[in-house]
Design a protein around this ligand. Structure first.
Ligand SMILES: NC(=O)c1ccc[n+]([C@@H]2O[C@H](COP(=O)([O-])OP(=O)(O)OC[C@H]3O[C@@H](n4cnc5c(N)ncnc54)[C@H](OP(=O)(O)O)[C@@H]3O)[C@@H](O)[C@H]2O)c1
Length: 291
């Protein structure tokens, strides 16, 4: 069943990056999904109208995610005639390395595992490994773009100093994205500020606070006020801050619900109330101040 007619779905919404390329503003996160779950969730998401998927080498589901996208494009279910270029696939380097050759090999392995011919966005997953590894890994990503393996490149979990270090190195290709944990309980104002200064789009990971604050009184009160679920309120908050957002779900009805947020707007006053919930909550890891 095609469900992309879901009322108020924002799945066709895109944003334009500093390189003038566009990406879907809501993408499905694939963290903590087994290969089987990733196959099922990516399939449901494609049926529902998702066109962006956030994978990583460490998620160990690149093969299943990529193959599910490829199979969908070739199947009878693809009634819209979608092509490879209509789907946006991200993956991330597990470990930065001072070996340029190791990073190039690792990127090629990811491209091959996905079976998609190229990766739309390749990210350095974290700043761990030290300055030399960060800058060598970045150079390898730049060359992967030059060789057509990757369309665009960015970083993840980069703090203010890592962004400034990369920009000070005069990179041939500037990062288009910094993917960091952002939600009302960790608003990351200083990292978002430095990204804005350098025209780097912020991708919000854990936008649902990993389901840890669904019953917070303010979230429940605003949910009731807007007649939306806590998850919808949280995803909408990240969009109204102009970010790309990556809600994850292994449930079909939830992944539809999370994108069905077109027909309401949070008032600026309520956005400020949500911003004030900041408690610098880290739901998983926080490499943003790594040396
Ligand atoms: N770069 C990084 O270091 C990094 C780190 C973390 C995450 N990420 C990316 O960001 C994505 C999202 O982050 P995340 O997966 O950590 O957390 P999240 O999206 O904030 O939350 C996912 C949790 O919320 C639940 N959920 C989903 N929709 C719901 C709904 N409508 N109602 C109630 N509960 C709901 C999910 O359960 P079910 O699955 O059972 O529905 C899951 O437990 C990841 O999948 C990954 O792609 C990147």
């Amino acid at each position: 069943m095609a469900t992309n007619e879901a009322k108020g779905s924002l799945l066709s919404s895109t944003v334009t990056l500093s390189n003038s390329m566009t990406i879907p503003q809501i993408q499905l996160g694939l963290y903590m999904m087994s290969g089987r779950e990733a196959k099922q969730s990516v399939h449901w998401a494609l049926q529902a109208g998702y066109r962006g998927f956030d994978c990583a080498q460490v998620y160990r589901n690149e093969r299943e995610a990529g193959n599910t996208i490829r199979e969908f494009l070739c199947s009878d279910e693809n009634t819209e005639g979608l092509r490879r270029a209509d789907v946006f696939y991200t993956t991330k380097l597990a470990s930065n390395s001072t070996s340029y050759a190791a990073v190039r090999r690792s990127v090629k392995n990811s491209v091959n595992a996905s079976g998609l011919g190229y990766v739309d966005l390749f990210l350095l997953h974290s700043p761990y490994g030290g300055k030399d590894a960060r800058l060598t890994s970045w150079k390898a990503l730049e060359d992967a773009v030059g060789d057509g393996e990757v369309k665009m490149i960015g970083v993840s979990n980069y703090g203010v100093l890592h962004i400034e270090e990369l920009m000070a190195s005069n990179p041939r290709i500037k990062p288009v994205i910094n993917q960091i944990e952002v939600h009302p309980f960790n608003t990351q104002t200083s990292i978002r500020h430095v990204c804005a200064e350098h025209n780097i789009m912020v991708e919000a990971y854990a936008p649902l606070v990993r389901a840890m604050r669904m019953k917070h009184p303010t979230v429940l009160e605003l949910s009731k006020k807007y007649s939306r679920s806590p998850a919808q309120l949280l995803v909408k908050w990240s969009l109204q801050h102009g970010m790309v957002t990556l809600p994850k779900s292994t449930h079909r009805e939830r992944l539809i619900e999370n994108a069905d947020i077109g027909s309401f707007e949070i008032s600026q006053e309520d956005i400020r109330t949500m911003d004030a919930l900041d408690e610098k909550l880290v739901t998983d890891w926080d490499p943003t101040d790594a040396q």
